[in-house]
Design a protein around this ligand. Structure first.
Ligand code: ZN
Ligand code: ZN
Length: 423
């Protein structure tokens, strides 16, 4: 569950107390006796940067979905039932802030604010300056500990008691803050490098783990039908541009073409079959085994999926954090405005059927019954069986959680039954 305070204000009061007491307590009781004036000024400048970036992360809006936003013609339309309006791609409705947030990363209880398109740089600068400040302080605290060790032969009354207590109190606090914030910072940096928000990383993991599940493909098929008004073509690979692999499957595909009398050339990988069995695919009128095979394309892997907004590591960092020359400047902004979102060239060139992102983003009402014991016994492939036994395999998006136990709710995302994506 998402960390929630009974009094949300505690979310900012606690960090403020920790920052204030540790930074100024260490300065008063320890540092001012050992550092030069210049070193003390540097220390105070770092502390000020922590405060400035923290305040900006709290008070800068994450970037709300623009009023009156309408998707372009033919584009997948994402509708927020709470705000009663369309929202740009990558936007989610935050259940805490009760607004649609563009490129929502997560709702942060420690800033009482969402982290999104417009304030991610402030959030990252805050983490950065906390790491710089706690590292600087840790070095000075370690110097004092080494100093005590070297003076261990001296009489105890020569050691300043208040300073000793401060070292004992502030060292573990400083170390704890440094480690936890560093982990969060590294996690966020890796996400940014991939061009993804935390929520999108979560989606990616979900699609990966559910990739061959019926639920995911039923949803993809319904999305496709809603977009194009026809059934998803019978696919041999995700795209229709990559040359077909020569092999067993290719042969099967061609012989199927011939038997169904399709006029499609063998080079085309999307074969629209308008036979009755395809029309009935979603109604479940076909035989169970056949249906399984038809719904889930067997030769697809997660490697066929391309994340639409990955522009390459360097471009991703600039997209989220702005110009490198300005990264540490408190008021610098990201390169994106949150709503003019263009998919990457790789994505556009590699036809991904222009499905929404995530490809099963809409039509979440599908529920798949738990497989019966007999069905499970009939699965011979061990990895398939292992997947089927994972309760997350056919779980709805709103119920799925990643390996760390995080659900969309933990990031603050509001999901209604239709998963707030509608045409
Ligand atoms: Zn909304
Ligand atoms: Zn929020």
């Amino acid at each position: 569950m998402m960390l929630e305070f009974r009094w949300p204000l505690l979310g900012v009061i606690i960090p403020s107390l920790v920052i204030g007491l540790t930074a100024y307590g260490s300065h008063y009781f320890i540092l001012r006796h050992h550092l030069s004036t210049t070193q003390q000024i540097i220390y105070e400048c770092i502390t000020s940067m922590v405060w400035i970036s923290y305040i900006l992360a709290i008070f800068t809006g994450p970037g709300q979905s623009p009023k009156g936003y309408t998707p372009k013609k033919g584009e997948w339309k994402r509708y927020c039932t709470k705000c009663q309006s369309y929202k740009p791609p990558r936007t989610h409705h935050c259940s805490k802030c009760n607004v649609c947030v563009m490129a929502m990363d997560h709702h942060c209880p420690w800033t009482l604010n969402c982290v999104g398109a417009k304030n991610l740089p402030h959030f990252m600068r805050f983490l950065f300056w906390v790491i710089v400040g706690t590292t600087y302080l840790l070095v000075r605290l370690c110097e004092r500990i080494v100093g005590y060790y070297n003076d261990s032969d001296k009489p105890i009354y020569l050691i300043k008691r208040s300073e000793l207590i401060a070292v004992i109190v502030f060292t573990p606090i400083d170390l704890f803050v440094l480690l936890s914030i560093s982990l969060l910072f590294i996690r966020c940096l890796i996400n940014i490098g991939k061009g993804m928000t935390q929520i999108e990383i979560w989606e990616w993991d979900r699609i990966d783990s559910q990739f061959h599940s019926k639920r995911l493909w039923k949803s993809i098929r319904l999305n496709y039908k809603q977009l194009y008004g026809k059934q998803l073509p019978q696919l041999s690979t995700w795209t229709n541009k990559t040359p077909i692999d020569e092999g067993e499957f290719a042969m099967e595909e061609i012989s199927q073409d011939e038997s169904s009398g399709s006029t499609s050339a063998g080079t085309s990988e999307i074969v629209t079959t308008e036979s009755q069995s395809h029309d009935d695919m979603l109604e479940g009128d076909v035989d169970q085994d056949e249906e399984e095979e038809e719904i889930v394309p067997q030769n697809f892997t997660m490697d066929d999926v391309i994340f639409p907004y990955d522009y390459g590591v360097w471009s991703n960092i600039k997209y989220f954090l702005g110009s490198p020359l300005m990264w540490l400047v408190p008021w610098s902004k990201p390169n994106n405005n949150g709503f003019n979102i263009e998919p990457s060239v790789d994505y556009k060139e590699d036809d991904q059927l222009e499905l929404p992102w995530p490809p099963d983003g809409g039509n979440q009402n599908i529920t798949i019954p738990t497989p019966s014991d007999d069905e499970l016994r009939s699965i011979k492939n061990y990895s398939q069986l292992k997947k089927q036994l994972d309760p997350r395999y056919n779980a709805k998006r709103s119920n799925w959680h990643n390996d760390m136990g995080e659900s969309l709710d933990d990031y603050g995302v509001y999901i209604d039954d239709s998963d707030d994506d509608k045409l």
